[in-house]
Design a protein around this ligand. Structure first.
Ligand SMILES: [Cu+2]
Length: 384
């Protein structure tokens, strides 16, 4: 009897897992696109269909350079791809069949707006029969805030380390050379999506990279380049966005991508509600860290922040400054904040402390006006 129960349970688990594996690709979970929860329809796969890039259900931080669909049979005229949104086709130029006849592609208009796209295709074979299919992807350029902004660099390095691309998501300028170097004992590859067709941007396919080996490529065209390692295709993914600087203001990217906490004021230089991970990160940087010890019950604190601290941060033009409003002796104060006050010997609310390169360089319990904030911050941030 026990054996039978075990068998039934085992079978149920197998069916459950099988169901999950089969359907998770068919119906991807709803995703946020520009702040709106978006549901992707089930794709329709034509005969001989294998894969496509962008992937069905993906949300991209920039416009794809092209849409590519892979098949396991010889494509023929008049195979065609349409990239549709609100009835408009954002394909640029015609559909091209690759030389090996196993993929067709269509470049995408780089001025395509954010939103949900439906790719409709007609795949035709040497016997003149055709089959249709469709899938969806979305563009949300707000996602660029999670990319590391390296647009000032002419040459950047991505390490293949601990079975990851590090950094995995980067934003670069046109003409930038990207070098991938394998730091792991395990051999890796750099492969353009999809897996295993590797057709999206075929120049971005390396040979096997053993420890110490490298692969380089210059990116000349704007757009997004999703890629992976074909030896670790399930987990090891990266993405490159090539932008020309108009994607969004650089300063907004550089701090939004680095700090998780709530921004209270500031554009170039953020003033954040204190949290330890952002503070630790700021300490490791070469930025001037400005701490303001604030108590909710303190009228001077309220007046000083609203009339002087916040407007000063809003006026700062440098991105070499990070501020934190730290709760002190009030009901919002947490243990990290208590520890920080103790570390700097803070004895009064509305005390400010400046830290640079891990060193305390100023401590003042006085009340400052906006001009005093700007002059002190600019003076200390300019010092090495
Ligand atoms: Cu790998």
């Amino acid at each position: 009897m026990q054996k039978i129960i075990l068998m039934v349970v085992g079978l149920a688990v197998l069916i459950g897992v099988g169901y999950f594996l089969f359907f998770k690709e068919v119906a991807p979970p709803p995703q946020e696109v520009g702040g709106v929860m978006t549901t992707f329809e089930k794709p329709k796969k034509s005969a001989h269909y294998e894969t496509n890039t962008p992937e069905h259900g993906s949300v991209l931080a920039a416009v794809p350079i092209n849409v590519v669909i892979d098949f396991n049979f010889d494509l023929a005229f008049p195979s065609e791809i349409k990239i549709l949104k609100d009835g408009k086709d954002y394909g640029s130029g015609g559909t091209v069949i690759d030389d090996n006849k196993l993929a067709m592609r269509r470049p995408m208009d780089q001025s395509a707006p954010d939103g949900l796209y439906r790719v409709e295709y007609n795949a035709c074979w040497p016997d003149s029969s055709c089959h249709t299919g469709h899938f969806q992807f979305a563009i949300d350029q707000g996602k660029i805030s999670s990319y590391l902004d390296l647009r000032d660099e002419k040459e950047v390095t991505v390490k293949l380390s601990e079975i990851k691309f590090q950094p995995a998501n980067i934003l670069i300028s046109r003409g930038t050379k990207v070098n991938w170097i394998n730091d792991d004992k395990a051999p890796h590859y750099v492969n353009t999506d999809s897996h295993p067709a590797h057709t999206y941007f075929t120049k971005q396919n390396s040979r096997e990279l053993k420890k110490g080996d490298s692969f380089s490529l210059v990116f000349d065209e704007e757009g997004i380049y999703p890629y992976h390692c074909s030896a670790h295709a399930k987990t090891m993914h990266g993405s490159i966005v090539v932008g020309d600087g108009e994607v969004m203001p650089k300063t907004a990217i550089s701090f939004e991508s680095k700090f998780a906490g709530q921004v209270i004021a500031g554009k170039s230089a953020p003033l954040l509600d204190f949290n330890k991970s952002d503070y630790d990160q700021a300490l490791r940087s070469d930025k001037l860290v400005v701490l303001y010890f604030y108590a909710t019950w303190c009228p001077i604190c309220k007046y000083e922040t609203i009339s002087a601290l916040y407007p000063a941060f809003n006026e700062l033009k440098s991105d070499k400054i990070v501020g934190f409003r730290v709760n002190y002796n009030d009901s919002d104060t947490d243990q990290d904040e208590t520890n920080l006050a103790r570390e700097f010997g803070v004895a009064y609310q509305h005390t400010k402390v400046f830290v640079k390169n891990g060193q305390r360089i100023l401590k003042s319990p006085e009340s400052w006006n906006k001009e005093r904030y700007l002059s002190e911050i600019n003076k200390f941030s300019a010092k090495q």
